[in-house]
Design a protein around this ligand. Structure first.
Ligand code: ADP
Length: 302
C-alpha cells in the first residue's frame, strides 16, 4: 500500500517503474504562495498553531479531534501520545494538509494552511510515516527523493545518511550509493526492514537539509529493537536541532527524550509537559508509562 509519505511523490503511481518515474517524482520548487504574507514566505522554522480544530472522518459518527488547541514553537521536539485511536496520526495528517479541519484552523506563522500553496507547505515538512515507501531506485535516489529536480549535493546525502545511521549499510552494498534497492535488478540488493527504516530516516533528514523545517515521524522505527530506536532517535534530534520535530511513538524510551509531550484524549490535549512533569502529574501519561514499564519487566519488549 502507498504510505502517507506519498506527499513527496504527489501524482506518482504506486508502482513506480524505477528510474522511468523519476521525472514525475520531482516536487515543484518552493514557490511563493499567492497573496501570502511576509511571514508565511519565510524559509525559517514556523510557529504552528492548531486553533479550535475539530475533525471527523466522512461517514463516522464521532469527531476524532474536537476543539483541539496546540501551539508548537520553532525548534521544539514534541512527542504525541495517547491510546490507539486517540487521533495522533490524524493530527499529523491534518498538519500535512491531507485533510482539512471541519472547524477551527491550523496556521503556520499565523497563516491558515488553506491559504498556502500546498506544494510549498509540504516542501517545508520532512516526514516519515509508519508505512513508508520502498522505492526500486538507487540508494542515492531513495534518500534524495525530496529533491530529485535539483543537482544532488553528495555532502547533503552523506550527512543525512550519517544522521540516520545508514552509512555502513550503504558502504556494504555492491555498488554503494548507486545500488538499486531491489534484488531483481542487476547488481541490486535487498534490504532488511531495519535497514529500510534507516534509509527512510535518511530521506527525512535529507529533506530537512533541502528545505524541510518540520520533521514529522509517525512510529518511524517500529522494526528496530528498542535500544536501536533509542539511539537512532537521539541521533535524529541531534541532527535536526533547530527544526521542530514531532514524533508519534508507543515507546516511552523514545517519547521521554522529546522536550515536550502532548497527550491526546477525547479529541483534545489532555496533558502537556515534560516527561518528569507528566509522571509527577500522575494522570493518563503516568498510567501509560507504568503499564509499559510493567510489560518490560515481564519480558515483553514492545
Ligand atoms: P491514533 O494514531 O491515535 O491511533 P488515528 O488518528 O489513526 O489514531 O485514528 C483516530 C480514529 O479515526 C480511530 O477511531 C480510527 O479508527 C479513525 N480513522 C482513522 N483513519 C480513518 C479513515 N481514513 N476513515 C475513517 N476513520 C478513520
Amino acid at each position: 500500500a502507498m504510505g502517507y509519505e506519498a506527499f513527496s511523490i504527489e501524482g506518482a503511481r504506486p508502482q513506480l517503474a524505477a528510474l522511468k518515474g523519476l521525472e514525475r517524482l520531482a516536487l515543484p520548487p518552493v514557490r511563493r504562495p499567492a497573496g501570502a504574507t511576509k511571514e508565511s514566505e519565510s524559509e525559517g522554522v514556523p510557529v504552528i498553531e492548531f486553533e479550535g480544530v475539530s475533525f471527523r472522518y466522512p461517514g463516522r459518527s464521532r469527531d476524532v479531534l474536537q476543539g483541539l488547541e496546540l501551539r508548537l514553537e520553532p525548534g521544539e521536539s514534541v512527542a504525541i501520545v495517547g491510546e490507539n485511536g486517540a487521533g495522533k496520526t490524524t493530527l499529523l495528517k491534518l498538519l500535512c494538509g491531507f485533510h482539512q479541519p471541519d472547524a477551527g484552523r491550523i496556521t503556520a506563522d499565523g497563516v491558515d494552511l488553506r491559504d498556502l500553496d500546498p506544494a510549498w507547505w509540504r516542501r517545508r515538512l520532512a516526514i516519515i510515516f509508519q508505512d513508508f515507501v520502498r522505492f526500486e531506485l538507487s540508494a542515492r535516489d531513495n534518500v534524495a527523493l525530496a529533491d530529485l529536480d535539483q543537482p544532488r549535493l553528495d555532502a547533503d546525502i552523506t550527512a543525512a545518511a550519517a544522521g540516520a545511521g545508514a552509512e555502513e549499510l550503504v558502504a556494504r552494498l555492491p555498488g554503494a550509493w548507486d545500488t538499486v534497492l531491489a534484488r531483481a535488478y542487476r547488481g541490486g540488493a535487498e534490504l532488511s526492514g531495519g535497514e529500510w527504516q534507516r534509509i527512510a530516516l535518511a530521506r527525512a533528514l535529507y529533506a530537512s537539509r533541502v528545505g524541510g523545517r518540520v520533521l514529522i515521524l509517525d512510529e518511524p522505527t517500529a522494526s528496530l529493537d528498542v535500544m536501536a530506536e533509542t539511539a537512532l532517535f537521539d541521533q535524529l534530534l541531534e541532527h535536526s536541532r533547530g527544526l521542530t520535530a514531532i514524533v508519534v511513538s508507543h515507546r516511552f524510551s523514545t517519547v521521554r527524550r522529546a522536550s515536550r509531550i502532548v497527550v491526546l484524549a477525547d479529541g483534545r490535549v489532555a496533558e502537556d509537559g515534560s516527561h518528569a512533569e507528566l509522571v509527577a502529574l500522575g494522570g493518563a501519561y503516568e498510567r501509560l508509562y507504568r503499564l509499559q514499564a510493567d510489560r518490560f519487566r515481564s519480558g515483553d519488549s514492545a
